[in-house]
Design a binder for this molecule. Structure first.
Ligand code: C2O
Length: 568
């Protein structure tokens, strides 16, 4: 036995020693490395297709998912630490594949507008939530665990599966489907706790005038939450364009601004999939993307910030992702976001993403029976199949809120031209500037005089690229086109192309794993075809683009450049 073993060792050593001669490799270390690589191979699946000849047999992995074994603490650059992992590793749980609810045994749950619910409903919701809040932390249905789900998926608590890259569900096309799943399970757990399988979450319809205050129901009992900005309590009108300070607008003007912003984000600015849904986020380091869709930027981010408490450093709870879901209002806010995803489909010909990297991405959620479900993005595209729907509220009043130019284009254009002749602007494509004041650049348009058909096929998109938010803080800046007077401009006018809004995660860099904490720059993509038409600038070779800082955090933010692109 012993001699056999030694014989084996000797022959292995001989082979290794002889290999350099056979292969004519100068450095024997290279062989060792090659052997190690060979040994490691089967455990690391191929991430991306190679050249076409190699592609045949390699199974390409589609989509992203969290690696449950990697749950770890996160920390911010300032040293703030956060730990949201479950008490027991989910990787030890039995995982089931998600099944649609059986339509014959469970009625459709109808989500109603929060300002229209009745007393009976209120009693039910309050009861369900009190029970949920009383469950121990070891129970995944407990309110704290539910809230921590959001924290887990937004602070980089997990690595991606098959990659050590960060895993995150904001600022990309994962935004809508992930939050839909979270609400789906949350709603069913609540219903189950009071034995009511018709229970549905309410939605906070901040996009219609009647819904533009914090719904009364969230001001009492278990739905009340102390960590909010008390100065925004009813009857204050929500500011969908919130800049971390009060707008000073009258309620009527605030409503007008809100509706105009909604129009931009839902209609003219959201004509392509990517503009609305956010960028394609794929497996691995190279697939990381950071370019949120219109609604995620605002009102989603702005409302988060508007609700959060002004006495907390990052406006916790709603103002920071790690803590946001501790406020019951979070769920009503997201129910409205989820509803708007449906509405967007209705007004843009039911566009949907067919990319398997989106459809096959999956996440994990506990259901009402305490089973851990694996659920794919492709599973949550049909709300009826998921057993819920939304009550009709109004005919989307923002549909008719198309903004008008602040200055008639006939007057604005000569003014802009002469100003430009006096102060020639630098080219815009690459400038790398700090946003410590307003910046105006002349941006040239690669294609002018496109036909109607071309315009329908491809949206003209203004890209503000390489936005670097240094430190994890609230940042908001607006983008305007052909603006004459910066001091009076806002979303109510055609010149407003869109806004970049970044809210704090709380903690997002990673401290206890092999992930390198990396900050990725963001891109802001804005559909501008309709704006150019409204400003009578469709035939112009150049447009003037102004970046207007709207929050203090802009002084720590840099932008690499501005350019025009075309998106299908
Ligand atoms: Cu995941 Cu409203 O945030």
């Amino acid at each position: 036995m012993e001699t056999k073993k030694w014989g084996l060792v000797v022959s292995v050593v001989f082979i290794i020693a002889a290999l350099p001669l056979v292969l004519r490799v100068k450095d024997p270390r290279e062989i060792q490395y090659a052997l190690i690589r060979e040994l490691l191979k089967p455990s690391i699946p191929k991430l991306l297709p190679g050249s076409s000849s190699m592609r045949k047999k390699e199974a390409r992995i589609f989509g992203v998912s969290p690696n449950l074994t990697t749950c770890h603490q996160s920390s911010s650059p300032s040293g703030f630490r956060i730990y949201c992992c479950p008490p027991r590793s989910e990787s030890d749980e039995a995982i089931i594949e998600f099944q649609f609810p059986d339509p014959s045994s469970s009625p459709l749950r109808i989500r109603r507008a929060a300002h229209l619910v009745d007393h009976n409903y209120l009693t039910k919701y309050n009861k369900a939530l009190s029970i949920m809040k009383s469950l121990p932390y070891t129970d995944p249905r407990s309110f704290t665990r539910q809230a921590n789900l959001h924290c887990l998926y937004c602070t980089g608590s997990y690595n991606q599966k098959y990659s050590n890259s960060e895993f995150s569900i904001h600022r990309s096309w994962l935004f809508f489907p992930w939050h839909r799943m979270m609400l789906y399970f949350h709603e069913r757990i609540l219903g189950n706790l009071i034995g009511d399988d018709t229970f549905a979450l309410p939605f906070w319809s901040w996009d219609i005038p009647e819904g533009m205050v914090i719904p009364e129901m969230y001001m009492n009992a278990s739905l009340f939450h102390g960590e909010r900005d008390f100065s925004h309590f009813p009857p204050n009108v929500v500011d969908l364009d919130y800049r971390n300070k009060e707008s000073g607008l009258s309620p009527e003007d605030q409503i007008r601004t809100n509706l105009a912003l909604m129009y931009r984000q839902m209609v003219s600015g959201a004509k392509t999939m990517e503009l609305f849904m956010g960028c394609p986020y794929r497996l691995g380091e190279a697939g990381f993307c950071n370019s949120p869709g219109t609604i995620e930027l605002a009102p989603h981010n702005t409302v988060h910030d508007w609700i959060g408490s002004n006495s907390n450093p990052s406006r916790e709870d709603m103002g920071a992702f790690y803590s946001a879901a501790r406020d019951p209002l979070f769920y009503a806010h997201h129910a409205n976001i989820d509803r708007l995803w449906e509405v967007w489909g209705d007004i843009h010909n039911e566009m949907t993403i067919k990319d398997p990297d989106w459809l096959e991405s999956y996440f994990y959620f506990y259901d009402e029976k305490l089973q851990l479900n694996k659920i794919k993005v492709g599973d949550v595209l049909d709300t009826t199949k998921l057993g819920y729907g939304y009550e009709e509220v109004d005919i989307n009043p923002w549909l008719n809120a198309r903004p008008k130019p602040s200055v008639p284009p006939e007057i604005a254009r000569p003014l802009l031209k002469s100003r430009h002749l006096q102060h020639p602007l630098q080219p815009s494509n690459h400038f790398a500037r700090i946003l410590d004041g307003s910046l105006t650049y002349r941006v040239s348009r690669p294609k002018i005089g496109r036909s109607k058909k071309e315009k329908e096929e491809e949206e003209e998109v203004l890209v503000v690229h390489g936005i670097d938010v240094q430190g994890d803080m609230f940042v908001k800046f607006d983008v305007y086109i052909n603006v004459v007077d910066e001091t009076t401009i806002g979303p109510r006018f055609s010149e407003f192309a869109g806004t970049f809004v970044h809210i704090t995660s709380g903690a997002e860099s990673v401290s206890e794993s092999n992930i390198e904490a990396k900050r990725k720059k963001a891109n802001l993509k804005l559909g501008i075809s309709e704006i150019l038409a409204d400003l009578k600038a469709e035939g112009d070779q150049d447009i003037w683009v102004t970046l207007l800082p709207r929050s203090h955090g802009c002084i720590n933010t840099t932008v690499d450049g501005i350019k025009i692109d075309y998106l299908k």
